[in-house]
Each structure stands twice: as C-alpha cells, then as structure tokens.
Design a protein around this ligand. Sequence first.
Ligand SMILES: C[S@@+](CC[C@H](N)C(=O)[O-])C[C@H]1O[C@@H](n2cnc3c(N)ncnc32)[C@H](O)[C@@H]1O
Length: 365
Amino acid sequence: MNVVAIEACDPSDEDARAEAFEERMVSALNEGALMLMTSVGHRSGLFEAMNGAPALPCQAIAERAGLQERYVREWLGCMVAAGVVEIDGAADTYRLPTAHARVLTDDGAANMAVYAQFIPLLGGVEDDIVACFKDGGGVPYARYGRFHEVMAEDSGQTVLPALVDHILPLVPGLTARLHDGIRVLDVGCGRGRALMLLAAAFPNSRFVGYDLSPEAIAWAGAEATRRGLGNLSFEARDVSDFDRTADPHAFDLVLTFDAIHDQARPLNVLNGIRRSLAEGGTYLAQDIKGSSHHEHDRDHPLGTLLYAVSCLHCMTVSLAQGGEGLGAMWGRETAERYFRDAGFGAIETHELQHDIQNLYYVCRP
Ligand SMILES: C[S@@+](CC[C@H](N)C(=O)[O-])C[C@H]1O[C@@H](n2cnc3c(N)ncnc32)[C@H](O)[C@@H]1O
C-alpha cells in the first residue's frame, strides 16, 4: 500500500503538474485583467473609435473617443501586451485589426466586449459574497448597479437576432398565430427588448412584460413609448406568488428568457405561468444550458463563467429574497423536473446551433 502511495505521489510528477498549473494561473491572471480592460474599452467607446481607423497615434485615438490621453495610453499598453491592438513602435501608432474589431465591436455577429462587462459587474459584489460564504443569506439586486443595462445588452445579441428566425419556429405554427393576433406575456422581461422586437414584428398581437425591477420597467416603458409601440405594456410586478395572482387563461403564449433559475420561488412562477395560459397555449422558456451534475459540466465551453455568474449573481439574488437559490447551472434535468411539477405534461427540450449557452423548452399543460 505504501509503495503504491509513494509511486502515485512521485515528486517529479507533482512538480511538473504544479509548474503547468502555475503557468495556467499566470495566464488566467492576464486573461482576467484583459476582460476588465475589455469592459473599459467597450464602455469608454475605445473599440468603436478604433474600428476601421488607420494606425493612429495615441493622442488621435483619445480625441476620436473624446477621452483623456494619459488613460488611453495606459489602456493601449494593456491591449498591445494582450495582442489585441497592433503597435508600430517606430511611428508610435496603434491599430485595431479588422478581425479583432469584428469580435469587439457591434460589427460582428456577437460583441465579446459586451460579455466582458460581467467580470467587473460581478467583482463589485465580492465583499458581499465573501460575507455570505461566512454568514449565509444573499446579495440583493440593488447591489448590482449596472445589471439590467448589461443584461439587456447581453440578451440583445444572444436572443434578439435569433428570436424570429430560430426561437419562435421551435413552436410549430406560432409565427402565423402571432401574425393573426394573440396575447403574449414575458415574465422577468428585464428591459423588455425581446418584447419590443416582437411587438414591432407582429402588430396584431398584444404584448405584456412583468419584472420585479421598477428601474428596468421604467426604462422599458419609456423606450416602448419612444418607439410608438401601442401593442406593448410593462408592469413592475413580483411574480413570487404568481401561482395565486396570475390571471387564469389570460395569455396564448408565455415567454421567459433566462428568468426562472434566479427566481425566489421558481415553482410558484411556473405554476402561475401554467395557470395564465389559455386553452391551447404554449410556454416557451430559454434558460441556461447545464447538466445539474458538476462532473458533466467539466467540458462545458462556458462552465467556469456560468458557475461564477451563478454564484455571484443568480443564486445569491434568489437567496437574498429568502428563495430557493437554484442558480444558473440548475441544469436540464432539474429544469425539466420543475416544469413537470408545475403541471406541464408535454415538454420538449431544444438546442439551437448558434447558442452554446442556452436550452429552449417548449412546454404545454
Ligand atoms: C437574468 S435576468 C433576464 C432579463 C431578461 N429576460 C433578458 O433576457 O434580458 C432575470 C430577470 O428576472 C427578474 N426577476 C427576478 N425575480 C423576479 C420576481 N420575483 N418577479 C419578477 N421578476 C423577477 C429580474 O429583475 C431580471 O430582470
């Protein structure tokens, strides 16, 4: 037994493993810092200012973006060290290669700089989270200053471009019914951008959005008015007791986008959704793709990020309300069980090719 144990812990193996792991951690330090500075570049408009521009001196880039040269110079140093921006040392100029601009501005299919914002957003509650690790409880929504803004940007490029052509067709005949005119509810709608797109595309249908956040609802209402969308309304509403408060048979289609796993009372919400469906109605849910088992999420391409988002936001905002704290990585098996427990007898689970982060559930009573 002892011999085996000594062989298993061969010091040279352990040294090599430690060295390789240390290298990985050093690399992670750099990549983490890159995400912070990518967020800064997005919010300050630097990537957009450099997009399509020729190689320019720092001062010219700062002027294009309307920013302070000293800060821009330091940011450029970071971007050069990270290989994001090219430098011509002799000419003292900087250029954002077109291929990189496609990934870090709104020119490409998905702007990765949008997602980078989650790193500083979540870092902002680190003290609160460490306290929760010791004392329990959760971190309330109010502690996440920019959450609804960043979330709307995120779903604005994850959900919106796929909504009409890929997500709605998961329910056969739904697009035709939307053209004819049906009643649609989005629960946990945030800033309501999915509903705005639908309300404009299907003027004969009527759309309602509920969200807990008065701030998100105020933003959504003002934006819907600005766009002249008369078939769309929003209501600040806590759906924790939706099982009792939902209007029976009031909607032909209920949608949730990324909005069940962070609920305080997810089963109440799902029961309310079922109750609010009219005869022949459908519930279409997008939620985070995971397996409900850590060992199966080892190879998830976004596993590290999604568990971090869950711990630092989704799970804890639910716990802060005295809720279940399911978390973003509740996973397919748990999600399907919750849908069944809420009385949905027919559940289809779909994956979409464009989307490595979400599953799409089509549920009928
Ligand atoms: C992850 S965000 C998704 C927002 C939006 N669906 C999107 O995709 O951009 C979850 C949303 O659920 C809302 N929410 C959480 N608990 C709620 C509750 N008890 N009642 C109503 N909305 C709630 C949050 O305010 C938040 O806007």
